[in-house]
Design a protein around this ligand. Structure first.
Ligand code: NAD
Ligand code: ZN
Length: 253
C-alpha cells in the first residue's frame, strides 16, 4: 500500500496539470448514500422507476416524493469530508486544475475547489418544466409536492436524469480537461455510467497516467487505470497529500 501511495504522490509531483473525476463514493463519508454498492439507493428503489426522465414525465409526484425529496433532505445537511478537502489542497498546490464530478451535491464547491464541472447537473438549482425559470432549491416552497412555479409548472432539479443528454457545455469542457491533463485522479466512481466513465479513457489516450481510488475495483481497474489504490477517498487522499507535501513542501492556506 505504501508503495502505491508513494508512486501516486510522485506522479502528481511530476505533473503539470491534474484533472479529477469523482463520483458518489467521495460523498459517502459526508453521509450521502451512493446509488450502487452496499447501502446504495438502488438496494431500496428501482432506478428506472424513479431516476429515468420517462418516470418523471409519467408521474412527477411519485419521483418527487421518493427520490428527489429524500435526496434533498440528505444533501441539505451534508458537509465536505477529507476526500473533498484533499482535492482543495491539491488545487492550492497548483497541481489540480479541474474537478469533473458526477455528483449533484455541490460539496466540491463547498470545500473550496474553484473549477468544478457538474457533469450531471446539480440539486442546488430547480428549473420549471413549463416556463424554464431557474431558481435555487432553497427558494422553492416544498410544502406541496411536486413544488410548482408561479406559472403553475412543476419544478424539477437541474440535474441529468437517466435517458437525458449531458449538458453540452459540461461535456465539451470535461473532454478538454481530460485530454489536457497529465494525471487523472479517479475517485469514488463505479465507472458504470456513460459517458462519464469514458473520461479516463480519453485522458489515457492523450498520454495521462490514471490513478484510481476506490474501496472496490471497477471496470477501469487493471485496464484503464495505471495505479489502483484500494480504500476510502478521505483516508487515501490524506496519505497521498502527506507524502506529496514531503516532496513539494507544505500547502499555504
Ligand atoms: P455509484 O453510486 O455508482 O458508485 C459509488 C462508488 O463509490 C462505488 O464504486 C464504491 O465502491 C465507491 N465507494 C464507496 N465508498 C467509498 C469511499 N469511502 N471512498 C471512495 N469511494 C467509495 O456512483 P457514481 O459512479 O457516481 O454514479 C452514479 C450516479 O449517481 C452519478 O451519476 C451521480 O449523478 C449520482 N449520485 C450522486 C450522489 C451525490 O451527488 N453525492 C449520490 C448518489 C448518486
Ligand atoms: Zn414556470
Amino acid at each position: 500500500m505504501d508503495r502505491l501511495i508513494d508512486k501516486a504522490a510522485e506522479d502528481i509531483a511530476a505533473a503539470r496539470s491534474v484533472t479529477a473525476l469523482t463520483g458518489a463514493g467521495v460523498s459517502i463519508e459526508s453521509g450521502i448514500p451512493p446509488f450502487r454498492g452496499k447501502g446504495g439507493l438502488w438496494e431500496k428503489i428501482d432506478p428506472m422507476e424513479y431516476a429515468h426522465i420517462d418516470a418523471f414525465r409519467r408521474d412527477p409526484e411519485k419521483v418527487w416524493q421518493v427520490l428527489i425529496k429524500s435526496m434533498a433532505d440528505v444533501l441539505g445537511s451534508a458537509r465536505p469530508n477529507d476526500a473533498h478537502f484533499g482535492l482543495v489542497r491539491l488545487e492550492k498546490m497548483g497541481k489540480l486544475k479541474t474537478v469533473i464530478t458526477q455528483n449533484v451535491d455541490g460539496l466540491h464547491q463547498a470545500a473550496g475547489n474553484t473549477d468544478v464541472i457538474e457533469f450531471h447537473g446539480s440539486f442546488a438549482r430547480q428549473c420549471c418544466t413549463d416556463c424554464g425559470k431557474q431558481c435555487q432549491s432553497s427558494e422553492v416552497n416544498m410544502d406541496a409536492i411536486p413544488p410548482r412555479c408561479q406559472c403553475g409548472g412543476i419544478y424539477r432539479p437541474d440535474c441529468v436524469f437517466f435517458g437525458e443528454m449531458i449538458p453540452p457545455d459540461a461535456l465539451l469542457r470535461s473532454r478538454a480537461a481530460a485530454a489536457s491533463c497529465d494525471v487523472m485522479l479517479v475517485m469514488g466512481t463505479s465507472a458504470m455510467v456513460q459517458p462519464a466513465a469514458h473520461m479516463p479513457v480519453l485522458a489515457r489516450e492523450n498520454g495521462a497516467r490514471i490513478i484510481e481510488i476506490n474501496p472496490e475495483s471497477t471496470p477501469l481497474t487493471g485496464s484503464v487505470s495505471d495505479c489502483f489504490i484500494p480504500g476510502s477517498g478521505g483516508r487515501i487522499m490524506n496519505a497521498i497529500l502527506a507524502r506529496l507535501e514531503r516532496l513539494c513542501g507544505p500547502v499555504h492556506e
